[in-house]
Design a binder for this molecule. Structure first.
Ligand code: UDX
Ligand code: ADP
Length: 485
């Protein structure tokens, strides 16, 4: 793989790269917010304006007490250092576009809910609207950068829209610069990325635009970590990276089912397999199922792309990764019911964790949502506790998951609790759905004392010390661990 230095050494840049002085980021979400806040911090000479149509989101980014709309370790510190100096948040999208040399498009690309490709394809409406806005208001040339995860060849549609609507003398160069940060470690990932990927057309202008963006990252990222590729490879690499990470989790989760049936221990299997340097130890943690805004969406996107390209076997291969994940979630809730003597009707279940993973307040595609929906349909009562997720978000997610139930009906079955201890009071079972560290440090003896007996713990995250809990008196069921010796 060519690094940016080699690329620029090997290819003459006939167009002079623009020195970026002003950046606009369209979309103040999980991607745009942290990414551009870090760019502002690391590039004090560049003015960064993050714009969003959502007034309350922008207000939260601007809040005097730094009550930011996103919980992300280290983010507040970054915003405190840069906000008001060279980092601004605004709803004035047009002004942001007009003033910028370089524009990141970081809007949401959810899975389509209706129409062609519903349930699979990415909804590119937000990308298109943002692109049309750039074309409508720009009065000077811009480098337009796709940050949102988009299907392969989206840049081409963006270019067509921009060129068809641009004013005289305005030129638009499109780059793809997918974001690989993971929630919970976003700031760490942005400070020290494994790689920064920039895709451009292999024309002199494309390469020059690529150099302009590479120079921005060059303020803190070592040059050999800035990789430059063609536009389509860059777009596809983001989908490929997420698909392969998710595939590892589905593989280990498929093995966890075998472990439970045989008495093998998935942690030991993952450790043994991961010691092979060709496999490596990361992303081999069995769980109740992966969540988050990216994995499922991006794989379904890849499935749709494969089908559109008449590659049904390829589509089926990737689809199975998502199906395995759905199976894992179903399998886990069934195991809870089976263990509680085949019925949970009228029983109280404490669900610890609602975020899709620890250290984030994000709940998109969280396994907890499916688990609670399953428990509700078995007519159980559910107490839920999460240290970060807003209550309104929990109600919204549960309502969406059970559209035939009114919120009042849901609230008769589900209670949001202020602590893990409260959630477990008078419960028959505790289900650990998110690997928050604090669940390891709670007073399990006190929890046991407050529960109905026999008291069960279902660890969907391989988090707690099962032996310690058994000594207290709990019946413990752990994902990927069978009872047979
Ligand atoms: C992911 C990619 O990691 C990131 O590079 C990309 O930019 C966005 O998508 P994210 O969704 O924030 O990031 O979280 P990630 O840490 O990848 O976890 C995704 C899900 O997989 C979580 O639910 C997590 O709990 C689960 N997971 C992760 C496992 O179940 N086992 C593992 O070993 C790792
Ligand atoms: P991601 O996880 O990809 O960052 P989010 O949903 O957290 O996704 O954030 C995307 C943001 O983009 C939202 O805050 C949304 O209001 C904003 N957005 C969508 N379309 C536009 C647009 N045309 N102009 C400005 N902001 C937009």
């Amino acid at each position: 793989m060519e690094s940016i230095t080699e690329r620029f050494k090997n290819q003459a840049i006939s167009a002079t790269p623009v020195a970026v002085r002003k950046i606009c980021c369209i979309g103040a979400g999980y991607v745009g917010g942290p990414t551009c806040a870090v760019i502002a911090l690391k590039c004090p000479h560049i003015q960064v304006t993050i714009v969003d149509l959502n007034q309350s989101r922008v207000d939260a980014w601007n809040s005097p007490d730094f009550k930011l709309p996103i919980y992300e370790p280290g983010l507040e510190d970054v915003v405190r250092q840069a906000r008001g100096k060279n980092l601004f948040f605004s709803t004035d999208v047009d002004k942001g576009i007009r003033e910028a040399d370089l524009i990141f498009v970081s809007v949401n690309t959810p899975t389509k809910k209706s129409g062609v490709g519903a349930g699979f394809a990415a909804d590119l409406n937000y990308v298109e609207l943002a692109t049309r806005r750039i074309a409508a208001v720009a009065t000077s040339s811009k480098i337009v950068v796709e940050k949102s995860t988009v299907p392969c060849r989206t840049a081409e549609s963006m270019r067509t829209i921009l060129e068809a609507n641009s004013k005289n003398g305005c030129r638009f160069d499109i780059l793809s610069n997918p974001e690989f940060l993971a929630e919970g470690t976003a700031i760490k990932d942005l400070f020290s990325p494994d790689r920064v990927l920039i895709g451009s057309l292999q024309t002199p202008e494309g390469i020059s635009a690529c150099k302009s963006l590479a120079d921005v990252y060059g303020n803190w990222v070592p040059q050999d970590r800035v990789l430059t590729v063609g536009l389509w490879s860059s777009e596809l690499s983001k989908l490929a990276a997420n698909a392969m990470l998710a595939q590892r989790i589905s593989s280990i989760n498929a093995l966890s089912a075998i472990c439970e049936a045989t008495g093998a221990n998935i942690d030991e299997v993952a450790f043994a397999v991961g010691k092979d340097s060709r496999v490596g130890p990361k992303f081999l943690k069995a769980s109740v199922g992966f969540g988050g805004s990216c994995f499922q969406k991006d794989i379904l996107n890849l499935v749709y792309l494969s089908e559109s390209l008449h590659l049904p076997e390829v589509a089926a291969y990737w689809r199975q990764v998502v199906e395995m994940n759905e199976y894992q979630k179903r399998r886990f809730s069934k195991r809870v019911v089976d263990t509680l003597f085949n019925t949970i009707t009228g029983k109280r279940i404490a669900v610890l964790g609602f975020a899709f993973k620890a250290d984030t307040g994000d709940t998109r595609e969280s396994a907890s949502i499916s688990l609670i929906r399953d428990f509700q349909s078995e007519k159980a009562y559910v107490n839920v506790y999460d240290p970060q997720v807003e209550h309104s978000q929990i109600w919204m997610d549960l309502s969406e998951a059970s559209p035939s139930m009114s919120l009042d009906q849901i609230k008769k079955q589900v209670t949001i609790c202020p602590s893990a201890m409260d959630a477990c009071k008078n419960a028959e079972a505790v289900v650990i759905a998110t690997e928050w560290k604090e669940f390891n440090n709670v007073d399990w003896e006190a929890i046991y004392a407050g529960m109905n007996k026999p008291a069960f713990v279902f660890d969907g995250r391989l988090l707690v010390d099962a032996e310690k809990l058994r000594k207290i008196g709990f019946q413990v069921t752990t994902i990927g661990r069978g009872e047979r010796l």
